[in-house]
Design a protein around this ligand. Structure first.
Ligand code: KG4
Ligand code: ZN
Length: 355
């Protein structure tokens, strides 16, 4: 693997093509000057995976192979650009499903090599955080980053000059994973997050006193497997009456899952002396989480920022934006750049700088 950092800081590159394929979305986007989204094309695979109630890795990578060039072409043509005009190509190198990652990564490397465009590998979570930064110019480092997705639940201190510092993370399931599993228990359609929150709209969040796991501990870690088990037991207890109880179960679960995120984030912000929190990742699309974090945050003197809905779930604009920042720091990766299924945000092995 080759990674090099040139002397001094370069200017932010003008046109960066982002490519993201870490899970079940094939996405490409063009971002100008690291901040203006000129195009963002996302090809989802809900129909491919719905019959199985979750993402099937082999099917995901095969579908990515089928769509990668169309999606990249769509992003370029919507931005009115040809590949030769690009100043950089940013591609997700991990974490994610290995087979899925490899499709976007190989495509990005091939384009970069064929047209002599600088290439940079991006950490998927650095991308999610960049989504908040490009949408909210007032969000300034240092800030607290809460990453909540299907695979991650973690709090980071994000600064300008050092790698992100991990403050706490889930010890078992990710919060998005808990939403997906609870949806299955309740018989709600895939994908779980949006269907649980839709069902919760008609339910009473106080109907079931589900636990708020780890809420009162001094650390900033999370745990979601016990909450999921509590929902499973409540579902069992409903027997034939389950259908009628679904809205209350969904609302009570959603309240428990999001309350912990809000209280731990605000405590971490206070402990770290940070006045801004950015909530990113698929679960940042959850309306209750957005409202509660904004409301309690305002009361605690912590301003909450969220990417717009379209940039919460996986997309490539966030990868292009994070990549533009790395390119401006002088980061360049060679054709030896590999894909990594598991890799902490603060230790991306392919990068020297991973802001
Ligand atoms: O960031 P993302 O698109 O992919 C990963 O990197 O994991 O996040 C997907 C996760 C899924 O678990 C999905 O159920 C959850 O985000 N999600 C939601 C909502 N929309 C998506 N969870 C709760 N409420 C939502 N509205
Ligand atoms: Zn993601």
């Amino acid at each position: 693997m080759s990674s090099e950092r040139s002397e001094g800081e370069a200017a932010t590159p003008r046109w960066v093509l982002g490519i993201e394929s870490s899970c079940d979305e094939m996405a490409a986007a063009v971002v100008e000057h690291g901040i203006e989204v000129r195009s963002s094309s996302v090809h989802g695979q809900l129909d491919v995976h719905r019959p199985y109630g979750g993402v099937v890795p082999e099917l995901a990578s095969r579908d990515h192979l089928r769509t990668v060039s169309q999606v990249a072409e769509a992003a370029l043509s919507e931005a009115g650009l040809s590949v030769t005009e690009l100043d950089g190509i940013a591609v997700t190198a991990g974490p994610g499903l290995l087979g899925s990652l490899l499709v976007g990564l190989s495509f990005g490397k091939a384009l970069a090599w064929r047209y002599g465009v600088p290439l940079v590998g991006v950490h998927h979570l650095a991308g999610h955080l960049a989504a908040a930064e490009i949408a909210e110019p007032e969000l300034a480092r240092p800030y607290l980053g809460l990453v909540v997705s299907g695979g991650h639940t973690a709090l980071y201190r994000i600064t300008d000059d050092t790698a992100p510092a991990l403050l706490g993370q889930t010890r078992d399931d990710a919060v998005g994973e808990a939403f997906d599993k609870v949806a299955k228990l309740l018989g709600l359609p895939y994908p779980g997050g949006p269907s649980v929150s839709a069902a919760a709209e008609h339910g009473d969040a106080k109907a079931f006193p589900f636990p708020r796991p780890m809420q009162d501990r001094a650390d900033f870690d999370f745990s979601y497997s016990g909450l999921k088990t509590a929902v499973a037991l409540a579902v069992e207890a409903q027997g034939e009456g389950l259908a009628a109880a679904v809205p209350d179960l969904a609302a009570s679960f959603q309240a428990a899952a999001t309350d912990v995120l809000v209280s731990k984030s605000l405590r971490a912000a206070n402990a770290e002396g940070l006045g801004q929190v950015a909530v990113v990742g698929g679960v940042a699309a959850n309306t209750r989480l957005r409202e509660e974090m904004a409301g309690h945050g305002a009361a605690a003197g912590v301003r909450a920022f969220f990417p717009p809905m379209a940039l919460c779930t996986d997309n490539a604009a966030m990868i292009a934006a994070a990549g533009a920042r790395l390119l401006a720091q002088g980061e360049r990766h060679g054709l030896g750049l590999g894909a990594f299924s598991r890799v902490p945000l603060d230790q991306a092995p392919w990068a020297q700088a991973q802001g």
